[in-house]
Design a protein around this ligand. Structure first.
Ligand SMILES: Cc1cc2nc3c(=O)[nH]c(=O)nc-3n(C[C@H](O)[C@H](O)[C@H](O)COP(=O)(O)OP(=O)(O)OC[C@H]3O[C@@H](n4cnc5c(N)ncnc54)[C@H](O)[C@@H]3O)c2cc1C
Length: 403
């Protein structure tokens, strides 16, 4: 393992290597654009295959969506409602691998309660769904990383989650998922990639994708946002993993094709832990989707929402109506209603929502319902969509596609 520290010196070394890449015979194997969870995962995947890799990020590691998620490592219980068993199975396998092997020091088990309003049919229906969730998690490895779900009576709830109002739940089903400090995870992943030989630099923005005489993308022009210097880089493969910036990144090659990605905003509020009495998280069914109440250190994190966002991609913000929506949904089940005065923080993130089809009919590999890889122009691979939990699969798919 090489030195994994990310310092001014390691950044300088990365810039020196980027500059050198335009000399004949010194081109990089892979240039990764974007240092969120996807780009960090790609850098690690490519470097550990022995490819000479540099990952560049315009802001800071994880500064985009990857520090603004719900911080869950999960199979996605709600996808079971859509009968997307493959997606859930894949994410559960990743969840358990992260919990047991890849990062047990960063990914933590958390119990969640699914409150039940009806005694018989709902317990049977939801119970069957959660049992399936548990079975899917056991299929691949045959060994469980987390406890089985269990059924709770109202008397159990009074003990486990006293603040879950009696009018909102006659009982509940407890199941397990996991949480992660998303930004810390991304930084750790970049450091691991550095340990395998990848070079990494923040505050470096790709401003143009360059092409050779045959029209193949062969590198990029990068702007060092610290000095305003522009660096010309040559690479055999350029992989863009820029989340909600995907369409902008594709346009840097002067092409009109590629993946279609829209930004959908999700917000969270943070309240002190002592404001809600309970020893588990909550998953609440809403009219539009689900709302999570997640125990997070000395706080509760509550969210999220799902609204289109067409303003500044760097600084999405929680509006009053988003906050009111989250408060209303949480208060519908809590014994002691939360008020605006209880909120000590909010954050907003933008989901890179993959749209059907591609621009100009570019060939793409729709690898799952959630993420896709495409090559809008030879030499450039673009990956978008997906979720934090399945970053390793996205990284593998992107590098496979590029090669
Ligand atoms: C509200 C919300 C809740 C979520 N909750 C969960 C959850 O609980 N569990 C889960 O698994 N997933 C969750 N997700 C999904 C998950 O967070 C995202 O899928 C994931 O973080 C996207 O990562 P990314 O690396 O693709 O994009 P990003 O993290 O946005 O990274 C893209 C990076 O590219 C950089 N960039 C853009 N253009 C350039 C350029 N020209 N040059 C250099 N760099 C550039 C940006 O600065 C940015 O840092 C959630 C998402 C949201 C919005």
């Amino acid at each position: 393992m090489l030195d994994t520290r990310l310092t001014k010196e390691s950044r300088d070394r990365a810039l020196a290597r980027l500059s050198e890449s335009s000399r004949p015979g010194r081109e990089l194997d892979v240039l990764v654009i974007g240092g969120g969870i996807t780009g960090a995962g790609i850098a690690l995947d490519a470097a550990s295959r022995g490819l000479e890799t540099v990952v560049v990020e315009a802001q800071d590691w994880g500064a985009g969506t990857s520090s603004r998620s719900s911080k869950l490592v999960h199979g996605g219980l709600r996808y079971l409602q859509m009968l997307d068993f493959k997606l859930v199975f894949e994410a559960l396998a990743e969840r358990d691998l992260l919990l047991t092997t890849v990062a047990p020091h960063l990914v933590r088990p958390v119990p969640f309660l699914y409150p039940l309003r009806h005694r018989v049919w709902e317990r049977a229906f939801v119970g069957a769904g959660i049992a399936l969730y548990d079975v899917l998690a056991t299929l691949r490895r045959g060994k469980r990383a987390l406890p089985w779900h269990r059924h709770l009576s109202r008397a159990d709830l009074d003990r486990v989650f006293p603040d879950l109002s009696a009018r909102a739940a006659v009982g509940a089903i407890e199941y397990w998922d996991a949480t992660v400090d998303d930004a810390r995870y991304v930084t750790t992943l970049v450091r691991t990639a550095a340990g395998y030989g990848a070079q990494a630099a923040t505050r470096i923005q790709v401003v143009e994708l360059t092409k050779n005489g045959a029209g193949v993308v062969d590198g990029a022009l990068l702007r060092d946002l610290e000095t305003d210097r522009v660096i010309a880089v040559k690479a055999r493969h350029v992989i863009s993993s820029t989340g909600v910036w995907t369409e902008q990144s594709q346009a840097l090659a002067g092409e009109t094709g590629g993946l279609r990605v829209l930004a959908s905003k999700g917000i969270h509020i943070v309240v002190p832990r002592d404001r809600i009495e309970g020893d588990a998280g909550l998953i609440l069914q809403t009219k539009k989707s689900v709302l999570f109440v997640i125990p997070w250190s000395r706080y509760w994190v509550i969210g999220t929402t799902d609204t289109p966002w067409t303003e500044d991609l760097v600084n999405p913000a929680a509006h009053a109506r988003d906050i009111n929506y989250v408060l209303d949904e949480a208060n519908a089940v809590l014994e002691k209603a939360l008020t605006h005065d209880d909120i000590i923080g909010t954050w907003a993130g933008l989901r890179p929502l993959l749209q059907p089809g591609t621009k100009d009919g570019t060939a793409s590999e729709k690898v799952s319902r959630e993420h896709a890889v495409a090559s809008p122009v030879p030499g450039l691979t673009v990956i978008a969509g997906g979720k934090f939990t399945t970053y390793r699969i996205m990284a593998r798919d992107a590098v496979d596609f590029a090669l």
